[in-house]
Design a protein around this ligand. Structure first.
Ligand SMILES: *Cc1c(COP(=O)(O)O)cnc(C)c1O
Length: 452
């Protein structure tokens, strides 16, 4: 047994392939459907908005997908990301549990999102695309794609959810530093945006609306494609470098996790850490896998598993997922990255098959956990990641109560250096746990599209 704190993989041990859980699912994923015809989607349907290589990855059931050399080259700017044993947090909690975290905040944009932004920009460049449009909630994804675009010579246009655009001017500045253009959504640049503004001129925006705007731009211009930062199969695929690295690092630590915890917005950082472990569970391992979501946007715990649109403007395909309804407007929260009505179809499917658990916590208890973590370990978590920190602390305290020395591994998906206003609000007591509107949720769920 080592008393090391950080477990670094040498660069040459960085995974050379992404892992595709679709190859090993005991029940295949329900297919995405065309929004007009209700028929299963073909590759041609996605061609206006995604490059061919990405579409192929979206649909493949091949187990391992090689990571292209130019993508590995960029990954090496920060990967392999460290695995850290939170010894001081263990001590502060007085738990016999061992707590490890995979730290994705070391990327240039400060989160796990460049893991998929980089390959997406690369595949678009390979197919001659000059511009990418996208949406961003808290700004993590927009800055990640802006960073990736700058490396591959692609112009990036980001529709940023208005409430975050106003709350997080430094994320905007970061995107502009990487050369991207950032627009508050809903905007007057698109028909979707104008329709929302007509009904509600003071709309705070939502990820669903921003996605509609970005898709509309990509669909209407030949030189522009669209990139999504979460939810889709290819995004979950790209994120599996996290779990593959973590497995090798846990081995270096001479340990293996009894329980894995990650936060879920669209599901990608969770998928990234959990899917390789679910592969092992399907072969007989018994790691508990816990998804943590915000109580104000409880997709996995309160949503319906049904076909729904990925966006508010109903331009995207219908996918089967846990959803709160595409018209559901979650209350304003500082975890912008978790305010999405849906969930990755792959993560939803895994939940439905009983291959993971899900739980939710309110934002103030997550900030309390994040502060305790920062005071023990030094790293200030992103508000999104604070949900994983909370989930890990709950598990550690359960171990303490039960007198069990379990091993906990969680994904610290990003740092909170651009989110200090949220911490200020938490300390001043102005950060509130806003409940979602039950009636609005009921209405959004009752208007789900009718599918077979
Ligand atoms: C975007 C984001 C999330 C939520 O997205 P997932 O696809 O669920 O991972 C979580 N943490 C951070 C730091 C983010 O930027």
């Amino acid at each position: 047994m080592t008393d090391s704190v950080k477990f670094f993989l040498p660069e040459e041990k960085m995974p050379k392939a992404w892992y595709n859980l679709a190859a090993d699912l005991p029940v295949p994923l329900p297919p995405p459907l065309h929004p007009g015809t209700g028929q299963p989607l073909g590759p041609d349907d996605l061609a206006p908005i995604f490059p061919q290589a990405v579409i192929a990855q979206e649909m493949t059931t091949e187990r391992w997908i090689d990571i292209p050399e130019p993508v590995q080259d960029v990954y090496r700017l920060w990967r392999p990301a460290p695995l850290i044993r939170a010894r001081r947090l263990e001590k502060a909690l007085g738990t016999p549990a061992k707590i490890y975290f995979k730290y994705e905040g070391v990327s240039p944009a400060g989160s796990h999102k460049p893991n998929t932004a980089v390959p997406q920009a690369f595949y678009n460049q390979q197919e001659g695309i000059k511009r990418l449009s996208t949406e961003t909630g808290a700004g993590q994804w927009g800055s990640s794609l802006a960073f990736a675009g700058s490396l591959f010579g692609i112009e990036v246009e980001v529709f940023m959810v208005k409430i975050s655009y106003n709350q997080k001017p430094y994320r905007r500045a970061l995107m502009e530093t990487y050369g991207a253009r950032c627009i508050a959504s809903p905007s007057t640049l698109t028909a979707c945006g104008r329709a929302v503004l007509d009904k509600d001129p003071h709309s705070n925006g939502s990820l669903g609306i921003a996605i509609s705007e970005a898709v509309e731009v990509a669909a209407s211009r030949d030189d522009t494609k669209y990139a999504l930062g979460s939810v889709l199969n290819h995004v979950c695929l790209h994120q599996t470098v996290i779990g593959e690295e973590a497995m090798l690092q846990m081995e270096m630590a001479g340990d293996s996790p009894d329980v894995i915890v990650a936060c879920t917005g669209g599901g990608s950082n969770f998928a990234g850490l959990a899917f390789p472990y679910i592969r092992e569970n399907l072969k007989g391992a018994k790691t508990r896998i816990v998804a943590v979501e915000p109580a104000s946007c409880p997709t996995l715990t309160k949503g319906k598993y049904a076909y729904d649109f990925g966006d508010t403007g109903h331009l995207t395909p219908l996918v089967k997922m846990h959803t709160l309804g595409s018209t559901f407007m979650p209350p304003g929260s500082h975890s912008g990255g978790l305010r999405y009505h849906g969930m990755a179809p792959m993560v939803s499917h895994v939940k439905e098959l009983g291959l993971c658990e899900a739980t939710s916590y309110a934002q103030t208890e997550c900030f309390a956990a994040a502060v305790a973590f920062a005071r023990a370990e030094g790293i200030v978590p992103a508000p999104e990641s604070s949900h994983a920190v909370k989930g890990a602390i709950v598990e550690a305290l359960r171990c303490k109560a039960e007198g069990k020395a379990e091993t906990i591994l969680f994904n610290l998906s990003g740092h909170g250096h651009f989110d200090m206003q949220a911490y200020t609000d938490y300390f001043s007591g102005t950060l509130k746990d806003l409940p979602y509107d039950e009636r609005e949720l009921e209405a959004a769920l009752s208007s789900l599209p009718q599918v077979g």
